[in-house]
Design a protein around this ligand. Sequence first.
Ligand SMILES: [Zn+2]
Length: 240
Amino acid sequence: MKSISVVSFPSTTTKDSTCSGVEEVMSSRSGYLPNIAQNFGYYKNLAVNCLQRKDFDGARSALMNLNTSLGNEYLVNISTEQYEEAVKTQLMFQCSNCFQTESKIINEGEDDEYTKETQIPSEIPDEQVAVFDMILPLIASVVHNSKTKKVWFCPKCKNENNMASTIKFMSERQRPYFLRVVPDSPISKRGLDRAFPHKFGQWFYNFLEEITAQEVLYRKEYVSQHGEDMPTFKDTGDKA
Ligand SMILES: [Zn+2]
């Protein structure tokens, strides 16, 4: 038995609007955000319900519609290539000659919240670092048993750093961060693919988090335009 996952677009008609189609809503006054609360709530429920029923095609389709209902400006991109580029961990080189300021919020959200600034050695991404072989003076070359040593020049302070003694580390992003891009949806392999539901679930919730982050931005902009938040709709199951 094949589960049916037809995704119908709910009516977008509101009390004081005569918009009747998606196109009309999307192309409303330029820059003026339409109320998407109804579509948004509808597709979010549908997506989660489909996932719970293990209707993966339906869940994917509902997420795509949820994403689209944000409009072009707030859309989350779907591209494995762009995603991998965005999450790539970055090799950092520490310069031993100059410093950068690191700001840290202490007691965040509390009455005595403050920003603490500390000086830490400059951290330079590896792609900005050019490595050179420097010819050593005779005595040094005997000591090091090598005619050259590897050095790099800091792009900030232009000073020389000895590669062998440079501290290198991988910088990691800390959650929450939002990339506005998700990888392509995982595809179930032919036959029994036991890993698929888990893989799909991870993809699904990552996508949903990204969409939700965009929704927050959308609503902020909506509030600043309209002076109030989007009215929400309770009748999300309307099949009009
Ligand atoms: Zn430097």
